[in-house]
Design a protein around this ligand. Structure first.
Ligand SMILES: *Cc1c(COP(=O)(O)O)cnc(C)c1O
Length: 385
């Protein structure tokens, strides 16, 4: 009896990605295929694979797996998350109007602010969590609506379904940066978005040992267009990184659940601690986006939380031993960062203030360590303030 893959759950599909699919040797996992070029039977007719810039087996295996988890018609894999976002911009004509969430990732804003003047794009930032403000920003029409939910680092929640409807009414393609949650927790294409883009570097690979990105699309026509640009611009993911991310992907549902549960536990304890002024975690019942997040996410709230501590945040950072000071998020190891000085340093101070990113905001990415050890680390650092 053949498997009915359409009925299989997320964990099954992730764990089985490319398993028993090695016709050459019958390996349980597919080999890393490093060939730069592929033999042709006929000069005028390429085979399934032809030249590795265009596509290659190790990359294709991961693309199919991620597209399957996101519920998309296809996916393009790129050399980084930023290359994935830049690939999306290739879909736009010169002079296009782009409406983007005002608190989207700092690197995204750096790219948009540079591509804008270069290609004549009009880039408009709006508070996407405020649907009336979004509608106003979209009123003159737009070619692209770019959302990020939860936003990084303040974890504000945008209603993907409602915002996508507004974007479509304005004539825009709707893209969602799904990096913070991954398809194990949120699937923007099922909520009405046309494009779901993620950094593979973060929770999808989950082991902080490669850099990559992915663009998933709902419709095959868009996939063809993106694949054309991927080949033309040559920014695709290499086979070794694709292999690592495929290996990481197998445990994604498990990691997403464990890290979300630990983050929720720590957020609750931090919220009750006298040394904490404010905490942002959508899993907490009093978070302004909690109801919406509970509805559009798979009952999990992700590995990221941010907080303001009473006193000097540097003293807090220096008191931490398990949480390591480093950029990035979603890995098996817990990390701490100061967005204003690190991930969001590319934004102007005004843009940061507008997005609610103060100089003292501290962001935690919760990993897979024992939650009691993580709590002891946080509590010790808080008592030093
Ligand atoms: C890290 C990140 C990116 C960029 O991904 P890279 O792989 O570092 O290029 C984009 N969006 C968000 C939300 C991120 O956290």
């Amino acid at each position: 009896m053949s498997r009915d893959r359409t009925r299989e759950g997320l964990a099954t599909r992730a764990a089985r990605a490319g398993i028993n699919a090695d016709p050459g040797h019958g390996g349980i996992v597919a080999p890393i295929n490093v060939a730069a070029t592929y033999v042709r039977e006929d000069p005028g007719v390429p085979g399934r694979f032809d030249y590795a810039r265009t596509d290659a087996p190790t990359r294709a295996l991961l693309a199919e797996a991620v597209a399957g988890l996101e519920g998309g018609a296809g996916a393009c894999l790129t050399a980084s998350g930023m290359a994935a976002i830049d690939l999306v911009l290739n879909l736009l004509p010169p002079g296009a109007r782009v409406v983007a969430a005002h608190d989207c990732y700092g690197g995204t804003q750096r790219l948009f602010n540079a591509r804008g003047p270069q290609r004549g794009f009009e880039i408009v930032y709006a508070d996407a969590t405020d649907l009336a403000a979004l509608e106003t920003a979209l009123a003159p029409g737009a070619a692209l609506l770019f959302l990020e939910t939860p936003s990084n680092p303040r974890l504000r929640i945008t209603d993907i379904e409602a915002a996508s409807a507004l974007g479509h009414a304005a004539g825009a393609l709707v893209a969602v940066d799904n990096t913070v949650l991954s398809p194990a927790i949120q699937r923007p294409l099922e909520l009405g978005a046309d494009i779901s883009v993620s950094s593979l570097t973060k929770i999808i690979n989950g082991h902080s040992d490669m850099v990559g990105g992915v663009v998933c699309v709902r419709e095959a026509a868009l996939q063809e267009n993106l694949a054309w640009w991927l080949n033309a611009s040559g920014t695709g993911l290499g086979p070794f990184d694709a292999f690592l991310a495929t290996r990481g992907l197998r445990t994604l549902p498990l990691r997403a659940k464990a890290q979300s549960e630990a983050a929720l536990e720590l957020a609750g304890r931090l919220a009750r601690h006298a040394g904490v002024i404010r905490i942002d975690y959508p899993g907490l019942a009093d978070h302004p986006g909690h109801g919406l997040a509970a509805r559009q996410q798979a009952g999990l709230f992700g590995p990221l939380l941010s907080l303001e501590v009473k006193g000097d945040p540097r003293a807090f950072l220096e008191g931490l031993e398990l949480f390591t000071l480093a950029q990035s998020l979603g890995g098996a190891e817990s990390l701490v960062s100061v967005p204003a000085l690190m991930t969001h340093a590319a934004m102007t101070p005004e843009a940061r203030a507008h997005a609610g990113i103060s100089d003292s905001l501290v962001r935690l990415s919760v990993g897979l360590e024992d939650v009691d050890d993580l709590w002891r680390d946080l509590e010790t650092a808080l008592t030093r303030l």
